[in-house]
Design a binder for this molecule. Structure first.
Ligand SMILES: [Ca+2]
Length: 87
C-alpha cells in the first residue's frame, strides 16, 4: 500500500500465481481508524491505527480471501487484513 498526502492511495495484492491486482482509492482518518475507499465502490475497509516513528500498523480490516483458490470469495473465507507500512 502506498499512501499519499493528498488522501489518494494504491494497494497491490498478489494471490500467487495470479498477477498482482492494484486498486486505487482514497483514504481518511476517523479518530483512531484508517478508512480506505476503493475507487468505484460504495463500501470501504477500516483498520485500527498504531503509529510508532516511521512505522504505521493497520490492523483488523474485515475481508474475504480465496483460501481454497477456487476463484470465489465465499462466506466461509473471512479473514483479517493487517498491514505494516514503513515511511
Ligand atoms: Ca474460495
Amino acid at each position: 500500500m502506498q499512501i499519499e498526502s493528498d488522501h489518494t492511495l494504491k494497494v497491490m495484492v498478489r494471490h500467487a500465481p495470479a498477477a498482482p491486482d492494484t486498486t486505487a482509492g482514497t483514504w481518511e482518518l476517523d479518530g483512531d481508524l484508517f478508512k480506505m475507499y476503493p475507487g468505484g465502490f460504495s463500501w470501504y475497509w477500516t483498520w485500527d491505527i498504531q503509529l510508532s516513528g516511521n512505522t504505521l500498523k493497520l490492523t483488523g480490516a474485515d475481508v474475504r480471501w480465496d483460501f481454497d483458490e477456487d476463484g470465489l470469495l465465499e462466506d466461509n473465507e473471512e479473514a483479517d487484513w493487517n498491514l505494516v507500512l514503513v515511511r
